[in-house]
Ligand binder design. Structure first.
Ligand code: CMP
Length: 139
């Protein structure tokens, strides 16, 4: 079924010059990028994005990291895009992610893991609304 999801290249991915690599892998898979935005996100925007993790041990550091520099957000469409993109990016922990996945090939950290992608179509709509709003950030 045709779905849309959100993919975010995190500050570490942008700093390391991996925006093109992430886009290439998404496009190679025949998924379509329908929106794209580079922003320096506010802390408030990141707190909304990661509301489900509030209270967890890694939450404060995650918010600090995600608002430490520019991010690139994109809307990605295709057949079963949520699951397909999650498979493309690999497990959260870069040390465990399989070679061939984005995190498996480029990340060695559980926090600084290059990319984020929504885990359901409902979350995708919620996260797209937040990250593509005018108030999420600027340059
Ligand atoms: P992401 O897929 O964006 O979803 C939540 C993020 O929190 C995750 O990627 C990591 O960046 C971070 N994260 C998840 N678990 C941990 C953890 N145990 N320690 C540090 N950061 C984590």
């Amino acid at each position: 079924m045709l779905e849309r999801t959100i993919v975010i290249v995190k500050p570490d991915g942008v700093k390391r010059g991996l925006v093109g690599e992430v886009i290439k892998r998404i496009e190679n898979k025949d998924l379509k990028i329908t929106r794209l935005r580079m922003i320096y996100p506010t802390t408030e925007c990141i707190e909304q994005l990661y509301d489900v993790h509030k209270g967890k041990s890694f939450y404060e550091d995650l918010v600090k990291f995600m608002s430490s520099g520019p991010i690139v957000a994109m809307v990605v469409e295709g057949d079963e895009a949520v699951r397909v993109v999650r498979n493309l990016i690999g497990s959260t922990d870069g040390r465990e992610a399989l070679p061939g996945t984005i995190r498996g090939d480029y990340a060695l950290s559980i926090r600084e893991n290059i990319v984020h992608a929504a885990d359901s179509t409902e979350r995708a709509e919620y996260e797209i609304k937040i990250v593509f709003s005018e108030t999420c950030g600027d340059f």
